[in-house]
Design a protein around this ligand. Structure first.
Ligand code: UD1
Ligand code: MG
Length: 456
């Protein structure tokens, strides 16, 4: 591979067809800006220099990607791909090679780029090409009819009718020896149909100087697809998700329907994990062995340990779930929650910033916030921790072996001590003694002779 590698990502184009105020390269693919996918990949090649050419919405792009390792180059006005690379030229050393990537071609793989760099092998000009059934809109690769070597690239708008029938296209991704790049870029002109400085015109310069122009193709056909419209972005999203789902299946994860899962980050699974339809995984999600995620769940930055089952329609974010827990259906687990092993959280229960120790259960219609719950605690239906006084949040502590009766309010700060039982329908405002029954409600009375009103 090239001894010194620089990478330039072209990302100055406007993306008019997105019909959006957001710069095109910031539109998300799998939950992350398209450009972030390209930057992450570029970094895997350990380049000496990584430059991003920005133009339209440049400040917004820079602020969003926000990465100290990047060299930002502003191209204004945008006069074509050759002009874009020319702006980055001062960043590039004299030695080694420069790899050109596009900010709006986000599915390109590491394997494909490594192959291209190897083909160029430090001295040749390498172009990633593709053979497309419908090459419409792309620059066509012109090859010598006898030697089959590349002689030029002609843009669609400049192509003759016979040239338009050529199916081999320029993906735009290329690797150029720096020594030539410094010589060729300043010589580009804009004498063409679009009056742009075409980067592709350097092919002719290479041919004139007997620099070999070599090509390679991508590992998967879809890697080279670019995004110009929301339709294309949606198509790429499906391709990305299908590919991710196939990788999960290959790793042994059981997806009930691989076309109905969305991973917007990283999903790390143990053995015999099962995932039912319509689940969304955001950020980094780790599932232990035999974890089962039932239909329509959303998990964001969550770790789930072995044997836990998440029933349908549960929403879990920034939480740590222990082993053999049962969550849902319809549970909401909010950030900074930790559930230890064998915890049960049932329907219409919201847990926020709380720790629940092993074997405890909150099974129905409850809110538990800013709370520490010990082991083997049972929280009855409709229990609310009143953690907020309108200005500040307060803690509730519930020690081991507590039983809280249904429809109870625990007004924080408050401690429910070891072994306490709270009678149903209580409003608890003071700490409770260990192992005793505490309740706060008026005595039940029956009014003798009372009559229900009737219509007059
Ligand atoms: C370019 C290629 C074409 C290739 C196609 C692949 C040239 C002259 N043509 O055409 O051969 O088949 O890509 O998709 O190179 N950009 C800038 N500054 C500019 C212009 C573009 O940064 O002044 C960036 C865009 O943001 C984009 C990339 O360069 O990431 C490609 O630009 P685009 O206008 O889409 O080029 P095409 O005309 O499609
Ligand atoms: Mg384009």
């Amino acid at each position: 591979m090239a001894s010194k590698l620089s990478i330039v990502i072209l990302a100055a184009g406007k993306g008019k067809r997105m019909r959006s105020s957001l710069p095109k390269v910031l539109h998300p693919l799998a939950g992350k800006p398209m450009l972030a996918h390209v930057v992450n990949l570029a970094k895997k090649l350990n380049p000496d220099k990584l430059c991003i050419v920005i133009g339209h919405g440049g400040e917004c792009v820079k602020d969003t990607i926000h990465d100290p390792d990047l060299n930002w180059v502003v191209q204004a006005p945008q006069l074509g791909t050759g002009h874009a690379l020319l702006q980055a030229q001062p960043c590039l050393g004299q030695e080694g090679m420069t790899l050109v990537l596009y900010g709006d071609v986000p599915l390109i793989s590491l394997e494909t780029l490594i192959r291209l760099i190897e083909v160029a092998s430090d001295k040749n000009y390498g172009i990633l090409t593709a053979v497309l059934e419908n090459p419409d809109g792309y620059g066509r690769i012109i090859r010598d009819s006898e030697t089959n070597t590349i002689k030029g690239i002609v843009e669609q708008k400049d192509a003759t009718e016979p040239q338009k029938t050529i199916n081999e296209i320029n993906t735009g991704i290329m690797v150029i020896p720096n020594a030539y790049l410094h010589e060729w870029l300043p010589r580009l002109d804009n004498n063409n149909a679009q009056q742009e400085y075409y980067l592709t015109d350097i092919v002719k310069m290479a041919v004139d100087q007997d620099v070999s122009v070599v090509s390679s193709e991508s590992v998967h056909e879809w890697e080279i697809l670019g995004v110009n419209s929301r339709q294309q972005l949606a198509q790429l999203e499906r391709i990305y998700q299908k590919d991710y789902a196939n990788k999960l299946l290959d790793e042994g994860v059981m997806l009930y329907d691989p076309s109905r899962i969305d991973v917007r980050g990283e999903l790390i699974c143990g053995t015999d994990v099962e995932i039912d339809v319509n689940c969304v995984f955001d950020g980094i999600v780790t599932l232990g062995d035999r974890v089962k995620i039932e239909a329509n769940c959303i998990l964001k930055n969550v770790t789930v340990s072995d044997g836990t089952i998440i029933h349908p329609f549960s929403h879990i974010e920034d939480a740590n779930i222990g082993a053999n827990c049962k969550i849902g259906p319809y549970s909401r687990i909010r950030p900074e929650t930790q559930l230890v092993d064998n915890v049960h959280i049932g329907n219409f229960v919201e847990i926020k910033k709380s720790r629940i120790a092993a074997g405890s259960k909150v099974n129905h219609l409850s809110y538990i916030g800013d709370t520490t719950i010990g082991q083997n605690v049972n929280i009855g239906a409709g229990t609310i921790t009143c953690n907020y006084d309108g200005a500040n949040k307060h803690q509730t502590i519930i020690e081991d072996n507590v039983f809280v009766g249904s429809d109870t309010q625990l007004v924080a700060p408050v401690k429910i001590s070891f072994g306490s039982t709270i009678g149903a329908g209580s409003t608890i405002t003071k700490d409770t003694p260990e192992n005793e029954l505490t309740l706060s409600r008026s005595k039940q009375v029956s009014i003798n002779g009372w009559k229900r009103p009737s219509k007059t």
